[in-house]
Design a protein. Sequence first.
Length: 122
Amino acid sequence: MIWNRDSVRSHQGNNNVLVAISGGVDSSVAAWLLKERGYDCLGATMHLFHGECAGADAESACCSLPDIEDARSVANKIGITHYVFNFKDTFEKQVLYRFVPAYEQGATPSEIFCLIWPEVIS
């Protein structure tokens, strides 16, 4: 579901929010703002792959284990429970292995992801 102002307004009165926290500034500030505004927040981070699996240095890659630890630290500092969902194997098998061949055939990343991800999530 895509959230916008109207969908948020339609859920007023329900103070439970699951906040995706990447460990970066944007998601951290979003979680803090929601908590400050009285929402009962839970933080969640998806573990999708190790940096080395993407051909990058694990310490500097997006979605690396240090990023997950950053997300956990942020959640702890703002006083919310944090969960890590390990989708590494599923993401690798159902998304990455399908993404590369489609990309090599000329599909754009957004086209591929929009076709693959909803099927994986469901």
